[in-house]
Design a protein around this ligand. Structure first.
Ligand SMILES: [Zn+2]
Length: 244
């Protein structure tokens, strides 16, 4: 059975019309509807750590990965209670150099600055049954950095998060900023010892086709993704076909 890995960013009231990247903000009400629909369809929402045995074919079942990019504080405030209500876990990919900061990498694009989780918020996220993964140290485009920075962004961010946070098994899951990756980045992710890494390539994961665990596709979820639309993305080959 193909496994969707959902990609969310902010869970908050979207800004007014015309706000740059407004589409990446899903309202708490819509997020609650998404999670409820998944539950009604018999899906279990899982963090990347819990999903891993399904991705590599050790286990099978109706499961969906739930991921959040960037580490927004509104994930803790708005998504966590909804996830807990459904008994779901998820992975939030955190920028290790911006813990307690803002999405500074977006500033020059005119995108609103929003608080990211700080140390205690991240620990509360973990204690709430959720997982922290790495999204590099500075949200760098990994295809545009020298080998030294590549190592710092991928290995260094893992070390920083592991020394900051108490999480069973450490930080074993990674996400490429901007979905930008090349062979050097994938090799470094392998060297750093991550078990999975997600991209922004569209599609579901087919465990039968031996997917590369360090370049997993995801299913985008935006402000305008309705419950029906999300159900189609999860249950049918809608998302896999549109990958072409
Ligand atoms: Zn990001």
């Amino acid at each position: 059975m193909a496994i969707p890995i959902l990609m969310y960013h902010q869970i908050a009231q979207p800004g007014p019309r015309g706000t740059p990247l407004r589409g990446l903000t899903v309202s708490p009400r819509m997020f609650a509807q998404h999670m409820q629909m998944l539950r009604l369809l018999g899906y279990r929402g899982l963090s990347m750590g819990a999903l891993d045995p399904y991705l590599n074919g050790e286990r099978s079942g109706r499961v969906v990965g739930i991921t959040f990019d960037d580490g927004y504080l509104n994930n803790l405030q708005n998504a966590l209670p909804i996830l807990q209500r459904q008994g779901f876990s998820s992975t939030c990919y955190v920028v290790s150099g911006e813990v307690g900061g803002t999405n500074r990498w977006d500033a020059e694009l005119g995108i609103a600055q929003v608080p990211l989780m700080d140390h205690s918020a991240l620990q509360a996220w973990i204690e709430g049954g959720q997982e922290v993964g790495s999204h590099t140290r500075s949200h760098a485009n990994l295809t545009q950095v020298d080998p030294q920075q590549l190592e710092a962004e991928i290995c260094g961010s893992r070390q920083e998060l592991e020394s900051l946070l108490t999480q069973e098994g450490g930080v074993q899951h990674f996400c490429y900023p901007y979905g930008s990756l090349d062979d050097a980045a994938v090799e470094m992710v392998a060297r750093a010892g991550y078990r999975t890494a997600t991209t922004t390539a569209r599609g579901r994961v087919d465990p039968g086709r031996q997917p590369n665990p360090l370049a997993l596709p995801r299913v985008r979820v935006n402000r305008t993704t309705t419950v029906l639309h999300l159900a189609l993305k999860c249950l049918t080959n809608y998302e896999d076909r549109s990958a072409a």
